[in-house]
Design a protein around this ligand. Sequence first.
Ligand code: GDP
Ligand code: MG
Length: 543
Amino acid sequence: MSGKVSGNAGMEQLILIMNKLQEACASSGTAHKFDLPQIAVVGSQSAGKSSVLENFVGKDFLPRGSGIVTRRPLVLQLINFHTEYAEFGHIRGKRFTNFDEVRQEIENETDRVTGKNKGISNVPIMLRVYSPQVLNLTLVDLPGLTKVAVGDQPQDIELLIRAMILEFVSKDNCLILAVTPANSDLANSDALKIAKEVDPSGTRTIGVITKLDLMDQGTDARDVLENRLLPLRRGYIGVVNRSQKDIEGKKDIVAAMAAERKFFLSHPAYRHMAERMGTSYLQRCLNQQLTNHIRETLPALRTALQSKLLDMEGDYRMYRNFDPNDPTIKTKAMMTMINQFTEEFTQAIEGSGEVNTKELSGGAKINRIFHERFMYLLHKTESDERELRKEISYAIRNIHGIRTGLFTPDMAFETIVKQQIARMKEPTLKCVDMVVEELINVVHHCTEKMSSYPRLREATESIVTNRIREQEGKTKSQLMLLVDIQLAYMNTNHEDFIGFAKLFSGRRENERHGITFLQNGADSLPDQFGKIDWEEKKVSFSC
Ligand code: GDP
Ligand code: MG
């Protein structure tokens, strides 16, 4: 086994920092996944994976039995601490001091996601064990490789478990603890096969040989343990775990470890290397190897973290040397985000900042609403010319009643024009709706950068949207007021009506069949009077 085994307080802190990071990543969901250094335990079913982990903790706490017991990955963080207790990621704050309850909770939590009938899931259970017995280590217990589906397991269970294991072990930052029982052929070891697939040069694989006590009389694993049979860069460590009988008889782990030590010291094939065998050596080795591994992977991890940090929080970068939980730092970071939001919102409307080349957005879209969509809606409201003439004719005749009038009454004009003006209300309101919709889109887009603070994002969106809605109400009533003002009084002295005035003062020309009017000045009538092509027409109404 390469690597000196020694305690190094400074480096040990690294594992604790990694644990914190791991927890932060797990709680923030998939968005910020980093490949944090960890050790995954792989091997076939009943190879002794869970037994190895339990020995590290010195407690019985993992569900065990025949068949597939480990059905979800268990991320086990061991933390050296003066008191002993366990805590689950899914029930923060609840301290378990009774390890039977820990086992029960693992079982319950496994069933909760996978169902009771032996289903599997790749959603990990997070468990922290604080204890004076343990060295700082993060291990992942994985379901054993199995071939035959039982219970609710799908027929392709073998592939599913393989995929789940690969998900962990194919990451460069994962050390592979390949567990193989000594009483099976090493050349056929599932653990070593899968390790070889993802780590062909063998730089991240550590071999563990269990069940040395169960080997046939006269055979031993000396060649393997001396790293001669199937050499691994990090070598092999032999262990003797408790047998099923020991477990049922509630054999104490401390006694089991003493028996293990005695086994190695007294065995003629292993005696010479007894110091490099056994659970406690394995534990120290792993601690050292994980520490070294973290140190090696740190530069790449640091780069990945920093670029993510830049992505996520922009200006928040300048606070990275401070404690991120410090409330004043958090407040500053949030303020920065709010300022950034304001800036981006303004830019989206004004048109500077990031340029979208795929579609119109923000200010440009609003511009289109005003100049194209609104115009289109206005045109749609115009009645066609014939319709308008008919309306005018009826208006004039209805106003004259039984009499046949000499002059075209003002009232007819007013009634028609008022109708036309009133028709502007609907497209105007619609225009406001469209602008509001686009503004809300812009708000939503600009708050995306706050997604690392979901509550801040929600609050910002709701405050700004409410404000927009308030203004929407005010704008609409203001616009309706403008239209009402136009409707309330028609100023026929306005220059737009000069043609009209002329018509009444200068041209009272009776025609035999009707009154000709609007001949000269009509093209200067306000647009609201319908877009009749007055130019070439003489509009005559018979009286
Ligand atoms: P896993 O499926 O790989 O997690 O395997 P377990 O740790 O649950 O072990 C399966 C069975 O093998 C249990 O009954 C253990 O008691 C037994 N076992 C594991 N390691 C050893 C060992 O070194 N010696 C003996 N005699 N039995 C062992
Ligand atoms: Mg297991």
